[in-house]
Design a protein around this ligand. Structure first.
Ligand SMILES: Nc1ncnc2c1ncn2[C@@H]1O[C@H](COP(=O)(O)OP(=O)(O)OP(=O)(O)O)[C@@H](O)[C@H]1O
Ligand SMILES: O=c1[nH]c(=O)c2[nH+]cn([C@@H]3O[C@H](COP(=O)(O)O)[C@@H](O)[C@H]3O)c2[nH]1
Ligand SMILES: NC(=O)CC[C@H](N)C(=O)O
Ligand SMILES: [Mg+2]
Length: 510
């Protein structure tokens, strides 16, 4: 890759955002942890240093050796990155008197530098720091100040090395993208050639060369990632791609049939495997959330392995892994984070399958996967689908799972999701679904006492599922949906709406 940019991660919560902004400029970039700086940097045309929760003044802070970079390639330090450049080049970084967090405005611009092209006094920037650069490093000049931060942007004389105290990657920095463009396009001369069409072209060529005449197996889930991966592979190797779509009995109403048809219409070589009974039998009597997830993962591997063996001469397993799954970021604490839920994932396929792995999307963010899918002509209804968890309705039925409960929840979910579509709300919601609760409550229907199930509806806004807010759905919609559910789904006499955000509540109830 000739026009690659390296983002060196010091553990900032915004590192991925830097990558996304760079890619919005149609420039490819990769994130590497600061302690895994590649020896060979020839493929990188420019380097960006991220922010960090650490203070450069602390001994245990990240202090990588930049001697192969600084002065040799265009280099931009953001926040901690800028402080780092200052601190180790004769400048002075100190604790600031007040913690500076939030909006600020560029109050003074000092130089006619391409870095500041189209940037004007008054431009809003976003600050998030406790340390401040008191004295600029040697052989540098000041480029910009805000009202409170004198050394907000600077440049080393005679090099393309820049430092900025604010964060150009967050949207609150109104001209942040322009600044990144100034640095990458005008100063570092990186070509803006990273487009979905170019990605498809190069990836298809790479897949052809890599796979040749061998056969590939791919699990299709109905979700965006595996579908886009399948279409890419299909372009490269045609019917040597064998897709398997498993019905685990825990999908949405009619999902298996509908999606299978859609895949066939797309020209994919796909086999639908109805393993509902195998999953539901294995889950019988199980009500512990983690055990349910593990059981589903295990049965999934068994079914998949059985099917894979039926494809003669299969040598590859394709996966829809995307970039956030593989980025090695530096965590603030350095230690592993707590397991909240065990995600069911084919990523955990055991070695005994002896297949080579191919992951055509592993450098893409989710929105890029969608754009790539769009450029290959995938249906908007497939690309715009809400995320649906691998374990499906199993983790939305609290307590033990029975076929009757699955059927009830499928009906409820169908009414809710169809309603969102009919009311034009589906695309405004990031994810929605219904939970079947393990409680009965008393009701009255047609003068008769009822003692039946309760369902909870959940609709959230989110960008990546890591945090989420419940959606303020119109009362009229909730009223109609609740009525429809209670009237049409026997066994349910109460509907509630989940108004918890994540954190502390997760999106799924189990
Ligand atoms: N019902 C299924 N049949 C076959 N393969 C599946 C099924 N469900 C999941 N998979 C496989 O497991 C992978 C992980 O599933 P999961 O739902 O966790 O992925 P995801 O990141 O949501 O991606 P996707 O958008 O493809 O669903 C999928 O990409 C797919 O390859
Ligand atoms: O493929 C998946 N396998 C799983 O085991 C799984 N568990 C949760 N999810 C989805 O992840 C997002 C965050 O969910 P939680 O807030 O419930 O952890 C939400 O989008 C959930 O639907 C899963 N997806
Ligand atoms: N956002 C950052 O990079 C912060 C850098 C450093 N930890 C500070 O507080 O100033
Ligand atoms: Mg999925």
């Amino acid at each position: 890759m000739q026009n690659n940019v390296l983002i060196l991660d010091f553990g900032s919560q915004y590192t991925q955002l830097i990558a996304r902004r760079v890619r919005e400029l149609n420039i490819f970039c990769e994130i590497k942890p600061y302690n895994k700086l590649p020896d060979d940097l020839t493929e990188f045309k420019a380097v960006i240093l991220s922010g960090s929760p650490h203070s450069v003044r602390a001994e245990d802070a990240p202090h990588p050796d930049l001697s192969n970079i600084k002065g040799k390639k265009p280099l931009l330090g953001v926040c901690y990155g800028a402080q780092y450049l200052a601190h180790f080049n004769g400048g002075n970084v100190e604790k600031s008197n007040t913690r500076e967090y939030g909006r600020a405005k560029l109050a003074k611009l000092y130089e006619q530098d391409p870095f500041l092209k189209h940037i004007e006094v008054g431009s809003q920037v976003w600050m998030s720091h406790a340390d401040t650069i008191k004295n600029l490093p040697e052989k540098s000049i000041l480029l910009a100040s805000t009202h409170d931060v004198e050394n907000a942007a600077f440049k080393f004389i005679g090099e393309d090395t820049y430092g900025i105290q604010f964060h150009p990657e967050v949207y609150h920095s109104t001209d942040g993208k322009q600044i990144l463009e100034n640095f990458l396009v005008h100063i570092a001369k990186v070509a803006q050639t990273w487009t979905p069409a170019a990605f498809v072209e190069t990836t298809v060529a790479e897949l052809k060369a890599k796979i040749g005449d061998e056969k590939v197996i791919l699990g299709l889930s109905g979700g965006v990632d595996s579908s886009v991966a399948a279409v890419l592979l299909n372009k490269a190797i045609g019917d040597n791609l064998h897709c398997i779509f498993v019905n685990n009995g825990l999908l949405r109403k009619n999902e298996f049939e509908d999606v299978l048809h859609q895949y066939k219409d797309m020209g994919l070589n796909v086999k639908g495997v109805d393993a509902s009974a195998r999953f539901l039998d294995a889950l019988e009597g199980e009500s512990d959330p983690e055990k349910k997830r593990k059981t589903i993962g295990r049965v999934f591997i068994e079914v998949f392995d059985d099917e894979a063996h039926k494809v003669e001469n299969a040598k590859w397993l394709a996966q829809g892994t995307i970039y956030p799954d593989v980025i090695e970021s530096v965590s603030a604490t350095g230690g592993p984070s707590a397991t909240i839920k065990s995600h069911h994932n084919v990523g955990g396929l055991p070695d005994f399958m002896k297949l080579k792995v191919v992951e055509p999307l592993k450098m893409l963010f989710k929105d890029e996967v969608r754009r790539v899918g769009k450029s290959m002509g995938l249906e908007p209804n497939l690309l715009g689908r809400h995320p649906f968890p691998g374990p499906g309705l199993a983790i939305r039925i609290l307590g033990d799972i029975t076929r009757e409960k699955v059927a009830i929840l499928q009906e409820v979910d169908h009414i809710f999701i169809q309603g969102l579509k009919d009311w034009g709300l589906y695309d405004q919601v990031w994810q929605a679904g219904a939970m079947l609760l393990p409680v009965n409550s008393v009701g009255v229907m047609g003068d008769e006492r009822t003692y039946e199930k309760c369902v909870a509806l959940r609709a959230v806004e989110s960008t990546d599922g890591m945090t989420a807010d419940w959606v303020n759905l119109p009362y009229e919609f909730l009223q109609k949906t609740s009525n429809d559910i209670i009237n049409k789904v026997p066994g349910v006499n109460r509907v509630v709406y989940d108004i918890s955000s994540k954190p502390p509540a997760t999106i799924e109830w189990e």
